[in-house]
Design a binder for this molecule. Structure first.
Ligand code: FAD
Length: 587
């Protein structure tokens, strides 16, 4: 079947269905996924059992990777007012002495690494963002069954419409090509239907979270109190809100948090006048460290807390879910457009599972350090003081180097040494014959950039000054070269093939040469971008490559020398299961 007849068949099936993607759950993950599908023109229905978004206190830490996704969703300007950039985290002991500071200063992805934020307000902006799209709907009071029917070429789900009292007023059936469950932690029924285990631990420790208006302290940032008397967290948030989290002991029943005297006792060591505070949100929660054994079953996917639950220590539950949505959205779009085979969607789990699992592990470890009892905490404090004397270990904490950064070793990646599609070694063996020049590049560790997120500096273009790179290159695939024209490395047919898939060719030049390049490359379909402060040059200086293939989620799918661009293009199209490449070759 040719690509066009395949696309026609896809359209026929699509027309008979209610939508392309049913998303169950209007938490941040479902809403982000719907926005990313909407921005790329796909149809989606978000089903939410509640009558409104969850409004009790939850996420307070938003990272730079999520901010970049919200930029792609064209919602960062709306969300920014609900954030405090450069949130610093300080770990203190029971005597208030500083054990470690976590204050990363990098802005490699275009945003400060950490922001304070108010989840309810940001989730609200995500919901409002859906009104921009004619083909995206958010339906409240719609409770979906968690045992869908997978018909092979589409999926069907039964949905209870609920009235104002929460009673079922009607049951309907909805169909779509794919279904994504962003249903939060309580997704056992669906995971069982999928045959997925929920592997890990759920420590029984309960924590009380309190949000207070008119911040009675007024100090910024985050303090984590590893206090054996009672571990706590205190956080200065946007809009003058203060968050406290307190560990509850086993002999303190949850109902005690309704007792004013108990609340007074909790707060009296933290605030001058506990009786004069205004609590605006309160909730008891427990930590979990669990991950589903698989994220996909047929046409059904898990994302966000439905796929993985982690303790809140590094503020990564919300952020990990946004990573899921970012990864899945472009792949669903490519498959729904008929450009790529369904096999592309298998790479979602292959790429996301390990990172989510690593993140859970780090959070569980941090939690156990914070919750140490009296004897353990003395050892910990002495060890922390010693480690702080070593600049390398101090930087490890300060720069947040213990936070696992996503790296894809399998999926939509191409090995840099061999240009093999589907896998990518972490290191680059530059001495092979095909990469003869590479040893002359300053890359002592031989580390390959493939599978890692590309930087986002500010750049100049013919029409914009100091814009973030992603604004200049668009939200789909990019073939970018440094100091060179990627169009000159590809044949006419290869350029046509890349353009059919919506790949954009980008030439990143030193700003000094941008205007020259705009004229010199005017006869080729290339976007010229000026590297204002040398950040892109510096990146290429240390990466043993002259060309990168950037995926729509800004991860590097392939990196090669200029002459290898045609070979890398073929490998990328294969890794991403592009139909055009596979059926018709590159001619
Ligand atoms: C105290 C606390 C602090 C936190 N701090 C941070 C932080 O600083 N940073 C961070 O990254 N994360 C943090 N988190 C975690 C973060 O809140 C969650 O990871 C995030 O909300 C998960 O989003 P989600 O969309 O996957 O699920 P949820 O937000 O739980 O949304 C799931 C939605 O699905 C709906 N639903 C469920 N079943 C159905 C059904 N059958 N039909 C229709 N609708 C259904 C639910 O009603 C709900 O609205 C914190 C959590 C807590 C509790």
């Amino acid at each position: 079947m040719t690509a066009s007849s395949q696309a026609a068949r896809h359209r026929q099936v699509d027309d008979a269905l209610d939508t392309d993607v049913i998303i169950i759950g209007a938490g941040p993950v479902g809403l982000t996924l719907a926005n990313l599908l909407g921005i790329r023109g796909q149809r989606a229905i978000v089903l939410e059992a509640r009558s409104e978004l969850i409004d009790y206190p939850r996420g307070v830490g938003l990272d730079d990777e999520s901010a970049r996704t919200l930029q792609t969703a064209q919602l960062w300007e709306e969300i920014k007012p609900h954030t405090v950039p450069h949130h610093v985290l300080r770990l203190v002991n029971g005597r208030g002495q500083l054990l470690a500071t976590n204050d990363p200063h990098t802005q490699e992805f275009g945003f400060p690494r950490k922001h304070g934020f108010i989840q309810q307000l940001v989730d609200g902006e995500l919901a409002a963002g859906l009104s921009r799209f004619a083909n995206t709907e958010l339906r409240f009071n719609h409770r979906a069954s968690l045992t869908p029917i997978d018909h092979g070429d589409h999926v069907e789900v039964s949905v209870d419409k609920l009235d104002a009292d929460g009673n079922v007023s009607e049951t309907i059936s909805l169909t779509s090509k794919y279904l994504v469950a962003c249903t939060g932690g309580r997704t056992d029924e669906l995971r069982a239907w999928m045959g997925a285990d929920f592997v890990g631990k759920s420590p029984s420790t309960r924590w009380l979270v309190i949000d207070v208006d008119n911040d009675p302290l007024g100090t910024p940032s985050v303090y984590v109190g590893a206090d054996p008397r009672r571990p706590y967290v205190t956080i200065g948030l946007p809009h003058g809100i203060r968050r406290w989290e307190f560990m509850l002991f086993d002999d303190e029943p949850t109902e005690m948090v309704e007792n004013d005297e108990f609340m007074h006792r909790l707060l009296e060591r933290h605030v001058p006048d506990p009786s004069a505070i205004k609590i605006i949100g309160k909730r008891v929660f427990t930590h979990h460290g669990r991950i589903a054994s698989k994220f996909r079953h047929g046409r059904v996917f898990l994302a966000g807390d439905a796929a993985h639950l982690m303790p809140v220590w590094l503020g990564q539950g919300w952020n990990s879910g946004i990573r899921d949505a970012t990864n899945l959205a472009w792949k669903l779009s490519a498959v729904l457009r008929g450009d790529c085979e369904d096999a592309l969607l298998d790479t979602y789990g292959a790429e996301r599972h390990k990172h989510a699992s690593d993140m859970i592990e780090v959070n569980m470890t941090v939690g156990s350090v914070i919750k140490l009892g009296r004897a353990g905490s003395i050892v910990r404090d002495v060890a922390a003081a010693a480690l702080n004397l070593l600049p390398s270990t101090k930087a490890y904490f300060t720069e947040l180097r213990f936070k696992p950064m996503p790296r894809f070793s399998a999926g939509v990646v191409v090995d840099q040494t061999t240009l093999t599609p589907g896998t990518a070694g972490e290191s680059f063996r530059g001495r092979s014959r095909r990469n003869g020049l590479a040893p002359f590049v300053d890359n002592p560790g031989g580390r390959s950039p493939v599978g890692l997120q590309f930087i986002q500096p500010r750049v100049n273009t013919a029409t914009g000054t100091g814009v973030l790179l992603d604004e200049a290159i668009g939200d789909w695939w990019t073939i970018a070269s440094f100091g060179n024209n990627p169009a000159r490395m590809l044949s006419h047919d290869e350029i046509a093939l890349a353009e059919r898939q919506g790949f954009r060719l980008v030439s990143i030049m030193p700003e000094t040469q941008r205007e020259w390049a705009e004229k010199a490359f005017a006869d080729t379909p290339v976007t010229v971008v000026g590297d204002i402060d040398g950040k892109v040059k510096d990146w290429f200086d240390h990466r043993a490559c002259g060309v990168v293939f950037l995926r729509p989620d800004r991860f590097v799918a392939a990196a090669c020398l200029a002459q290898q661009t045609p070979e890398a293009l073929k490998a990328v199209l294969t890794a991403a299961s592009y139909r055009d490449r596979m059926e018709e070759g590159t001619a």
